[in-house]
Design a protein around this ligand. Sequence first.
Ligand SMILES: [Zn+2]
Length: 78
Amino acid sequence: MVKNCYLCGSLTKNKSGLCDECKEENQHKLRKIKDFLWEHPNSTVKKIHNKTGVEEELIRKYIREDKFIISNILEIDD
Ligand SMILES: [Zn+2]
């Protein structure tokens, strides 16, 4: 089944809903966030966004998909 990539909107057959290009970009961003959380556990989404440059929306999406240990992220902004 063909669907639109949820990041850039181009058509993709990938089950993940991400085209190949965005998938690679995504891995990169995910890596960045994980590295950041390793050094700074209990960070807020806003802080992660400020420090890594990854969109808050995307970070929240990752959280929903359980890509992180949730206890490492505080939803409350300081
Ligand atoms: Zn894409």
